[in-house]
Structure formats: structure tokens, C-alpha cells
Design a protein around this ligand. Structure first.
Ligand code: GLY
Ligand code: MN
Ligand code: MN
Length: 429
């Protein structure tokens, strides 16, 4: 394993949280992601489905998890199905989980081979009254592809049409959003690796380098530290490109005098980090660039103090909007008249700051969470205000990852250079 895995005690605890929110006589099923094909005999690297990983720690394809807390037979209260391994598979693909190592990873005592799933499930289902199926209910999920999860759900509804089906996703969103200490340490590790990547590129950036060369420096640093790479497609955007919010081509040459925006995070052990830093290609910000930078930094610091237990996300976002309005007025980008006549659904600040300030972070970069309930201790959020001035070829976004605590917050990126002068010193040091 390339990363230090979390303990089976964590996964035992995660399953007990899930089981405690199930109604009586419920059986729940989770499955791995498919290995996605490309062309010819190619495939994408395997990426585990977040929910089965969260509930079992198993990072392997063709895995199924059954949670059935009220089963008469204790050995059927949790069942893991893993892909059968044998000597032939080991020659080609190396070690896969055995029944013993699957227990070690997950804490699940009853482990069968995946090809026994249908037979064993058939014997269990008549004991249940409700069947909980999982699906991707992320509000921004979009996919043309039918997932393994969806195929399993369709198969089940067709084969067992007279059962009552329920959704696991709302339970998963609730429990995954509040992180355990072990998970936070894994995220801290991801942030630490991201920090090393930034330190490496600060010494590398100069006029004339290509954005993709900077991307490569990050990749090098991430991989050599046991990360499997970027937690999401990185944005390395110089000059005007920084104003294209989803710019991922990373194909331009960095020009003297431009600011370079880097939205980059390492994954570690399937947990994400998500950082944005902006640096002057020539090593020194102009005074205008620094003013805009400090405007964004001030909103970021203010926003961090507003994310507190009990606050609703929509209230928080409205308050950050007010902080941003003040900075844009100071920078002369909007005026009092713009604010006075603004449309409440699209306030004046949105002209220069058009995305949200924070999202949940965890196993997924845009992690699941309950957006309509108050913030709780243990939630992890990004804080990422930005000002994008197309007419000045300037886009500044700053992004850190913080853990909400009962009193205050812990900044997982508090050790990563952030002040403009600190960045300049490191580039020129
Ligand atoms: N890198 C994706 C985001 O900042 O949300
Ligand atoms: Mn980001
Ligand atoms: Mn983000």
C-alpha cells in the first residue's frame, strides 16, 4: 500500500454510526466503483467509491459491503465480499486482499468472495423489511455513465420488486461530514504534501516557464511523498487565464509581470486537500496586484472567523458577500451606486467574485455534507474567496482548508505561506 491506512477501529466506528441511523430490519448494500475503460485494452487507474471506502477501508475493485444490523445471525450483521484472489491473479496483478487481510483492514469478520454475493444475499433478504440502496446524490453530480452502484440497484429492484427501498445517501452525507480525529490527521498529511509542492514551485517559477512545467513539479513532489497525485485536476493559470474559473489546460507560458494562480491539492490515502495560492511570476507583486491580493486575504481571514458551530451556510455566504463588497469598494471596482441598486439575488460583488466561498472537504474534494443544517464541530471546509478582474488580466483566489471546532477552527494549511511578502521572500530567497 502506498499510503498509511487508517485503523480498522475507524471503519468499525463509521459502520456503527451508519447502522445506528437505520430503521429496524434494514439491510444496506454498498459497492466499489468500476475500473473505467478507455480504449483498446486500456483502463483508468482504479478510484474507490467514497462511501464503501468510508465504511470499510477497502480500496479494491469488485467489493460489496452489506450492513444488516438486525440479522438474526450475528455473522450476517456485516458482510464483506471481495474479489477472489488466487496464484494466477497474483502473478499478473500482485497481491489482492485475502479473507484474512480484508478482516485486518475493515474489522469485518464475515468475508466471502464476490461471486457468492447473489446466493448469499438471496438467503438474507427475506429477513429484512427495508433495503437501503446507495446513489450519488451530490447536488452537482452529473454523469452519462451508469455506475456499478446503479447497475446493482437496478438488478435488485428487478429481482426483488416487492421489497421497500430507501436511500442511504442522506445518512452518508450526515455521517461523512463530521470528521473523526484520524481522518483529520489524514487530511493534514495531504495538506502537508501540498505545502511541500508549493515550496518546490516557489523556487521554480520565473518568467518563461510553462504552466505545465509547474504542474509537473507539483506532481513530482506529491508522488514522491506517497500521494497518488492530485486530489482534482489542477489549475495552473497565469495572467488572464486566472479569470477562467475552470481553466485546466495549463498550457501557457508565464509572462513577467503576470500573477500566477495555482489551485492545487494532493490526495493522501483517498482524502483530499484543496489549496489556492497566487504568486507574482517575476517574484514581486506590483502595488495594484498586492492591493487586490490583500483584499482577498482580508476576506479570507474574516470568513474563517465566521464559520462557527450553529451558523447556517447561507447566512455565512451572505456575510462573506458583505466583506467582499467592502473590499471591492476600497479597490474602486464597484461604487456605492452599484451597491445601492444591486439585485439581492445577484449582488454587485458577484461581478468580480462569482463562486461560493466554501465547500465541504473530505474523501471527495467537493465532499458530501448537509448544506441546509447548521455547521458543526468536525466539519471541514475550504475558505476560498477570489477577485477576478478580466480587464486587468488579474485573478486572485486564496484557499485554505479548516476544521470547525467548538471554539474556533484549526487551519490545516496554517503553515503554508500565505502573506504576500512571505511569498515574495520565498521566491527571491
Ligand atoms: N479546486 C476546486 C475547488 O477549489 O473547489
Ligand atoms: Mn481549489
Ligand atoms: Mn475548493
Amino acid at each position: 500500500m502506498r499510503y498509511q491506512a487508517l485503523s480498522k477501529e475507524l471503519y468499525i466506528k463509521n459502520r456503527s454510526k451508519f447502522a445506528s441511523l437505520l430503521p429496524p430490519k434494514s439491510i444496506a448494500i454498498f459497492t466499489s466503483n468500476d475500473i473505467m475503460p478507455t480504449s483498446a485494452d486500456g483502463s483508468m487507474p482504479f478510484k474507490q467509491a467514497s462511501d464503501i471506502f468510508y465504511l470499510s477501508g477497502v480500496d479494491q475493485e469488485e467489493t460489496i459491503l452489506v450492513v444488516f444490523p438486525d440479522s438474526l445471525h450475528e455473522k450476517h450483521r456485516e458482510i464483506l465480499f471481495v474479489r477472489e484472489t488466487n496464484a494466477e491473479i497474483a502473478i499478473w496483478e500482485g497481491s489482492k486482499l485475502t479473507k484474512e487481510s480484508a478482516l485486518e483492514v475493515s474489522g469485518i469478520r464475515t468475508v466471502y468472495w464476490t461471486d457468492q454475493f447473489e446466493k448469499i444475499f438471496h438467503a438474507l433478504i427475506s429477513e429484512a423489511q427495508l433495503v437501503f440502496l446507495n446513489s450519488n446524490e451530490h447536488t452537482r453530480a452529473s454523469s452519462e455513465v451508469e455506475t456499478r452502484e446503479m447497475r446493482l440497484s437496478k438488478w435488485m429492484r428487478k429481482k426483488y420488486p416487492h421489497y421497500r427501498y430507501e436511500r442511504s445517501a442522506p445518512i452518508m452525507h450526515r455521517i461523512r461530514s463530521v470528521k473523526e480525529a484520524e481522518e483529520i490527521e489524514q487530511m493534514q498529511r495531504a495538506c502537508d504534501i501540498t505545502k511541500s509542492g508549493l515550496e518546490r514551485v516557489l523556487k521554480f517559477i520565473k518568467p518563461g516557464v510553462m504552466e505545465y512545467e509547474i504542474e509537473a513539479e507539483f506532481a513530482h513532489e506529491f508522488l514522491r511523498q506517497g500521494s497518488r497525485g492530485f486530489a482534482y485536476t489542477p489549475i495552473i493559470a497565469s495572467g488572464f487565464n486566472a479569470c477562467v474559473l475552470h481553466y485546466i489546460e495549463n498550457e501557457a507560458q508565464c509572462q513577467a509581470g503576470d500573477v500566477l494562480l495555482m489551485d492545487v491539492g494532493a490526495e493522501y490515502g483517498n482524502y483530499a486537500s484543496d489549496m489556492t495560492r497566487c504568486v507574482p511570476v517575476s517574484g514581486r507583486f506590483t502595488s495594484r496586484q498586492k492591493d487586490v491580493y490583500n483584499g482577498v486575504l482580508s476576506v479570507m481571514k474574516g470568513a474563517m472567523g465566521l464559520l462557527k458551530p450553529g451558523v447556517f451556510m447561507h447566512e455565512y455566504h451572505a456575510q462573506v458577500g458583505e466583506l467582499m463588497t467592502r473590499e471591492l469598494l476600497n479597490l474602486g471596482l464597484i461604487d456605492q451606486h452599484d451597491v445601492a441598486k444591486q439585485n439581492p439575488d445577484w449582488p454587485a460583488y458577484k461581478k468580480y467574485f462569482m463562486h461560493g466561498t466554501s465547500h465541504f472537504l473530505g474523501i471527495d474534494v467537493h465532499d458530501v455534507g448537509l448544506w441546509n443544517e447548521p455547521i458543526q464541530a468536525g466539519h471541514v471546509f475550504t475558505v476560498e474567496p477570489g477577485i477576478y478582474i478580466r480587464e486587468e488580466n488579474l485573478g486572485i483566489r486564496l484557499e485554505n482548508d479548516i476544521v470547525i471546532q467548538e471554539n474556533g477552527f484549526r487551519d490545516l494549511m496554517g503553515h503554508i505561506p500565505l502573506e504576500a511578502e512571505e511569498i515574495e521572500d520565498l521566491m527571491n530567497g
